[in-house]
Design a protein around this ligand. Structure first.
Ligand SMILES: Cc1cc2nc3c(=O)[nH]c(=O)nc-3n(C[C@H](O)[C@H](O)[C@H](O)COP(=O)(O)OP(=O)(O)OC[C@H]3O[C@@H](n4cnc5c(N)ncnc54)[C@H](O)[C@@H]3O)c2cc1C
Length: 428
């Protein structure tokens, strides 16, 4: 049989695969959202990512594109004119965005969480009839802002103390007054500082003996008197998140800005733990991007670089194989965890969740490390995206409430103790 002429052979370039892997069955909505995210990511976000990172500025243009595509309302329920994405659909879409610009995906997560927590998560929680009616009225206002007016929310909960790690009540206090709350406090590392229209803050109802059960989730208009942004922002990675410090000084927040009823946040944290696992999809995307880059680089196919092939060296092949093994491990646990999300998960699902979050965060950084090590010196020039991925990937396992350390901490304890079990004093 004669060989085909070279010109009639199919294109032999590497085609980056779906973030969900070809073996995954997607719903029509997932297919549609992944296609939108991939197109925006490739055509708009990736070309802008270098400047956003270099200047440590918020990706406003990307948000204009997300707004136009309706993605600000990805987790807004369909009856409120959003996409009505469930947990799995959202995290896959977030991972696809993270593939092209980590800072955009990470900040979008802060915004989307405000609609997810008030949406399908709140629907699964116990509320009195009065609380449910009240919640419906509040979230309607909030969703209209997102869907009709394109407003953006952030989610500052970190304060520098044990609260963001889930070990103490939030130090930011909300005192109940006629028609609303007076808020005082400080939030550090507040992504979208100065960029979001509303800061969705976690705080504690100011009353004697308040505990974590008294946590409140309030939307604070950035233009309210007493709200200010301070501090500089020049970090190692995720520079486009612009996570500066927010100060709240005697800020009057109207009652309608309470995003979920009093007392419900604590119930959500206990019964819907996947609500804290929405940061890792960004890093799943970065892991895939670092692998894609490595394959293209070793094949001599990275745009703007000389078409020098390096793929024929056995050491490079071994390194790529090692990256692929880690990537597939990461994707498998990412997808399994995405589909397992539910209210009142079993102990096995909960432990699997900590393991998944830990694995994605740590593997993303390891895959980026291997990518730089394998591609070599020229690949880490700032004109190429790999060194940014490497720096961005370092941030994942540092993020509260589930840092890599805290995942291990929870896993170790919960593997060895059943609920309510304690050691007798003598063995301690
Ligand atoms: C790029 C980026 C964006 C971010 N965006 C946001 C955001 O939008 N909103 C937000 O709320 N936060 C955000 N964060 C903050 C993040 O979640 C952390 O709160 C922040 O990085 C501070 O972490 P740290 O390691 O300095 O905290 P640490 O000072 O180490 O920890 C704070 C406290 O948590 C407790 N703690 C920490 N580790 C342990 C442990 N191993 N065991 C027991 N207790 C422990 C301790 O009480 C400690 O004092 C962001 C962080 C980054 C890097």
């Amino acid at each position: 049989m004669s060989a085909l002429p070279v010109s009639s052979l199919p294109s032999a370039r590497y085609l980056p695969p779906s973030i969900a892997g070809d073996y995954t069955e997607l719903t029509p909505k997932q297919t549609q959202l992944l296609a939108i995210a991939a197109r925006l990511g490739r055509e708009k976000f990736a070309p802008r990512a270098q400047q956003i990172d270099r200047d440590a500025v918020f990706p406003f243009e990307n948000y204009a594109d997300l707004r136009e595509a309706g993605l600000l309302g990805i987790c807004v329920p369909e009856e409120h004119d959003g996409w009505g994405a469930d947990f799995a659909t959202y995290v896959m879409t977030a991972a696809e965005i993270g593939r092209h610009c980590g800072a955009t995906a990470l900040t979008l997560n802060m915004h989307v969480s405000s609609t997810m927590w008030t949406g399908f998560i709140a629907d699964d929680l116990d509320m009195t009839a009065e609380q449910r009616t009240n919640h419906e009225a509040h979230r309607k206002v909030h969703y209209q802002r997102v869907v009709k007016d394109g407003k953006v929310y952030s989610q500052p909960f970190s304060e520098g103390g044990a609260a963001a790690a889930g070990k103490a009540p939030f130090g930011t206090l909300a005192r109940k007054v006629d028609g609303g709350y007076i808020v005082n406090g400080k939030k550090i590392f507040a992504s979208l500082a100065g960029a979001a229209d509303y800061y969705g803050i976690l705080c504690t109802l100011d009353k004697p003996g308040a505990t974590q059960r008294d946590s409140l989730y309030l939307a604070v208009d950035k233009n309210l008197e007493g709200v200010s942004v301070t501090g500089d922002w020049d970090p190692l990675g995720m520079r486009g998140t612009v996570s500066r410090t927010l100060i709240f000084k005697d800020v009057f927040v109207p009652e309608i800005e309470r995003l979920i009823p009093e007392g419900i946040y604590a119930q959500a944290a206990l019964r819907w733990p996947h609500m804290f696992a929405t940061l890792s999809p960004t890093y799943m995307g970065i892991a895939q991007a670092a692998y894609d880059f490595t394959v293209q680089y070793l094949r001599g196919e990275v745009p703007g670089t000389p078409p020098v092939k390096r793929r024929m060296y056995p050491t490079k092949q071994i390194a790529v194989a090692e990256m692929k093994v880690r990537l597939e491990q990461t994707r498998a646990i990412f997808l399994q965890n995405a589909r397992a999300a539910r209210v009142d998960p079993s102990k096995e699902i909960r432990l699997g969740l900590y393991a998944a979050h830990y694995t994605i965060m740590e593997n993303a950084n390891e895959i980026c490390r291997l990518a730089v090590r394998t591609c070599g010196g020229q690949s880490m020039l700032k004109s190429l995206p790999l060194e940014r991925m490497y720096r961005d990937s370092r941030c994942g396992s540092l993020m509260l409430p589930w840092t890599a350390e805290l995942c291990i901490d929870r896993l170790g304890r919960e593997c060895l103790y059943e609920a309510g079990e304690q050691d007798e004093q003598a063995v301690l």
